[in-house]
Design a protein around this ligand. Sequence first.
Ligand SMILES: [Mn+2]
Length: 329
Amino acid sequence: MPLSLPTHAINSLKDFLAKDPRVMIITHAHPDGDALGSALALYAGLKSIKRKVSVACIDGVPEKFQYLTHHKDVVKDFDENELEGVIFVDCGHEKMSKFAESKKKLLSGDMFSMNIDHHASNKGFAQVNMVLTEAAAAAEIVMDLLIALEIKITPAIATALLTGLYTDTGGFMHQNTTPSVYTHAAELVRKGGNIQTIAQNLFNTYDLKTLRLWGKVLSGLHITADGAAIVGIARRDYESIGATREDLEGVIDYINSIPEVQYSVMLSEDNKGNVKASLRTRKPDIDVKALAEKFGGGGHIKASGFMIPGGHLEKQIKWKIVQSEKKEK
Ligand SMILES: [Mn+2]
């Protein structure tokens, strides 16, 4: 069963594309597999019907995603004056792109703007919004959109879309793995999507510094009396072993694997002294999105996050989170 995409949004996009415009696809900073998979799938699809399309991500393409076709076409910057339209993909908020604030023209109404996303926090920041919170991944929406536009899903596009489905469902293991995810995935495999490539690049490949860093994280884990697993990683923790904060991605799922843990909080310091908090839970009755929102963040019920600007990683932050959670009870 395909998702119910809003017909008016499909028609607006069709009308816009018919003018042969120059259009930029933008995905969020610190991209994950869904950000890049859905953006590159849409890019390849629009290219195949000879549209003047480009694709941008402020942080470029991390090495582990460089198996994706057209990854070299992803630009880190662009001139908004050379565009007639922009399509945001997998951005729960325009700020996530890190372009919208500096390039005011993008969402000023001076050009066509579209927002393709699945985050519950998305307020519909573009002219045309295709926000389906029931979708597990932006890739699920992009797949149905390509079909609606009668664009052929090639094996390369299928692999990009499957990458989005795989990453945003934690390899089909998270609670958001709906029947729709499986039917979409089945169709993508039928169209030549390569699961082996995805599994090898994203799930079973870790370099030595990453494993060393994870060792540090796991040994510093603290479990509170309330069953919250909390760990803090200072900048020196990863810099001392030649790792970066990006190498922490995935370790929180190990922390969350402890059966008695109610929810997990990972606090990591960036090189400017800001602290990023990642929250996860596997418990059906716990909503980490609500917890993140108290700190000005957001995300999904089972996976969320927030940022403490200039927060420096000190015990106080851990304490604040635990106290705030206690008060709720
Ligand atoms: Mn996503």
